[in-house]
Design a protein around this ligand. Structure first.
Ligand code: NAP
Length: 292
C-alpha cells in the first residue's frame, strides 16, 4: 500500500507513519509548522504546496489528520480556522481525488451536542461549538465530493507525541513539575490510545472499509477519572488533580458533556479490540516517552 499522511508531525499523524512503516507500507508524510526529518512541507491554505506534495507522494490512500484541533482557539478565531480547517481540508480532499486516492478523514464526537452519548455512527449530529461545526462541515463535504472515503470518528486521543500537547502528556508534565491541574469532572468520554487508533486505521483501509466508523476506547469516564488513572499508574500525586465543573473552567468553547463513541462497527469490520484505559496507560508507562 502506498500512503500519505497529511499532518504527520502531529499526534495521530506521527503514529500513523509508524504503523504504516511497521506494516511494510510505502509512506510519506507532511508537516506545516513543526518540521521533522523526512517529512515534506504542506500548508492546507496553499493549494500549490498540496499539489506539489501529492505529485511527489502519489499515494493510494491519504490519511488526512491535518487540522487545528484546539476547540477554544477555533471558538475565538472562527473565520481564520474555517479557512484553514474547512477550506484547507477541501483543498486536500480535491487533490486526493484528482490522483484517485482514497481519503481517510478524522472526525470527532464534538459533532454531537453531548446530551445522549455514547454515540453510534448513525446518531444525529448537532454541534454546539465552532470546532464541532467545522469537523461536521468537512464530513458533509467529503461525502458530497467523493465516494472513495472513510470517516473515522474518534475522541480523547492520548499517547506519546513529540509536541507533548495532548491531555495525557500535558497532565504528566504538570504533575512531574509538582503543579496542580484543574480537570473537568463532568466531561464524559471514551479515551482512545493513539497506537490503537493508528492500527485500527490501517486495518480498516486493508479491509476496504468506507463510510463512517467510530474508533474509540471501550471505557467511558470523566476527564477527572481518566486523570486519576494516569497519575496512579505513573506514581504521581493524585492530590494535585483538582476536579472542577466545565462551567467553573470557563473554557471559551462549549463541550459536549455526555459524549463518547461506541465502536461495535469497528469490531464487526476489522475484529479489533481497543485497549481499555488501565491497559492503555500501562502500555504507555512501559514505552515511556517513546515518540514514533
Ligand atoms: N486528539 C484528539 O483527541 C482528537 C479527537 C477527535 C478527532 N481528532 C482529529 O484527529 C486529527 C488529528 O488530531 P491530532 O490530535 O493529531 O492533532 P495535532 O497533534 O494538532 O496535529 C495536527 C497536524 O495538522 C497539521 N496542521 C495543522 N494546521 C495545518 C495547516 N494549516 N496546513 C497543514 N497542516 C496543518 C500539524 O502540522 P504542524 O504541527 O507541523 O503545524 C499537525 O501535523 C484532527 O483532525 C482532529 O480534529 C483528534
Amino acid at each position: 500500500m502506498k500512503a500519505a499522511v497529511i499532518g504527520a508531525s502531529g499526534l495521530v499523524g506521527s503514529h500513523l507513519m509508524k504503523t504504516c512503516k511497521d506494516r511494510g507500507w510505502d509512506v510519506m508524510g507532511t508537516y506545516s509548522e513543526h518540521a521533522q526529518k523526512g517529512l515534506i512541507p504542506l500548508h492546507m491554505a496553499d493549494p500549490a504546496s498540496i499539489e506539489e506534495a501529492m505529485q511527489k507522494m502519489k499515494p493510494e490512500v491519504v490519511f488526512l489528520t491535518a487540522f487545528n484541533p484546539n476547540a477554544d482557539y477555533c471558538e475565538e478565531h472562527p473565520k481564520e480556522t474555517w479557512e484553514t480547517n474547512v477550506q484547507g481540508n477541501a483543498n486536500v480532499i480535491e487533490a486526493s481525488q484528482r490522483i484517485g486516492a482514497k481519503t481517510v478523514y478524522y472526525s470527532s464526537d464534538y459533532i454531537f451536542n453531548g446530551k445522549s452519548g455514547p454515540y453510534e455512527e448513525d446518531a444525529t449530529p448537532d454541534p454546539i461549538c465552532e470546532y464541532g461545526k467545522q469537523k461536521l462541515a468537512v464530513e458533509q463535504m467529503i461525502r458530497r465530493l467523493t465516494k472513495n472515503h472513510l470517516i473515522i470518528r474518534t475522541t480523547v486521543v492520548y499517547g506519546w507525541e513529540e509536541q507533548g500537547k495532548n491531555f495525557f502528556c500535558n497532565l504528566l508534565a504538570h504533575l512531574e513539575r509538582g503543579e496542580e491541574m484543574k480537570v473537568p469532572s463532568d466531561q464524559i468520554g471514551t479515551p482512545t490510545l493513539v497506537n490503537d487508533l493508528a492500527e485500527a486505521s490501517c486495518s480498516l483501509v486493508e479491509v476496504g472499509a468506507s463510510g463512517i466508523v467510530n474508533v474509540a476506547g471501550p471505557d467511558r469516564m470523566s476527564r477527572y477519572e481518566f486523570a486519576l488513572h494516569i497519575a496512579r499508574i505513573f506514581d504521581l500525586p493524585v492530590s494535585k488533580i483538582i476536579p472542577v465543573t466545565t462551567m467553573e473552567l470557563k473554557q471559551p468553547a462549549r463541550r459536549p458533556l455526555n459524549a463518547g463513541l461506541l465502536y461495535d462497527r469497528l469490531f464487526q469490520l476489522a475484529n479489533l479490540q481497543m485497549k481499555g484505559v488501565e491497559t492503555g496507560i500501562r502500555y504507555l508507562k512501559e514505552t515511556e516517552k517513546q515518540t514514533p
